[in-house]
Design a protein around this ligand. Structure first.
Ligand code: 5GP
Ligand code: ZN
Length: 114
């Protein structure tokens, strides 16, 4: 997808601090971390937002959750706990139009979000 920064990261045009990669998924450190651990997990395929998840592509989301599980273990936050966040659309606070799951941990996160 042209002009999508996360597609450019997948394609290697924009560098990232890579945490995990397989044929379907890429995980990298958020450039502006909100917690000691702040990782973004994205499908390599361009999917705009949670609104575009359907019966055909939902297996990628299931896979992403298994990847999050591995990352949480490797980052040492599996036992202490962490948060998986997906912002969808304007009111959801989505700023990058390529679906991504934030993995936040390493500190006590407050609730509710603003
Ligand atoms: P959103 O607000 O869409 O849920 O989250 C987008 C996230 O992407 C933000 O936390 C922002 O810091 C991160 N981000 C935006 N551009 C880049 C980039 O070029 N590289 C990395 N690693 N993170 C980015
Ligand atoms: Zn994209």
């Amino acid at each position: 997808m042209e002009n999508c920064i996360f597609c450019k990261i997948v394609g290697g045009e924009i560098p990232c601090s890579k945490i995990y990669e397989d044929d379907k998924v890429l995980a990298f450190k958020d450039i502006n971390p909100e917690a000691p651990v702040h990782i973004l997990v994205i499908p390599k395929e361009h999917i705009q937002s949670a609104n575009e998840i359907n019966e055909k592509n939902s297996h990628i989301v299931a896979h992403i959750f298994t990847v999050v599980n591995k990352i949480a273990e490797e980052q040492g936050i599996k036992e202490s706990g962490y948060r998986i966040v997906n912002n969808c659309g304007d009111h959801g606070g989505q700023t990058v139009g390529h679906i991504h799951f934030h993995v936040l941990g390493g500190r006590n996160l407050t609730w509710p979000p603003g």
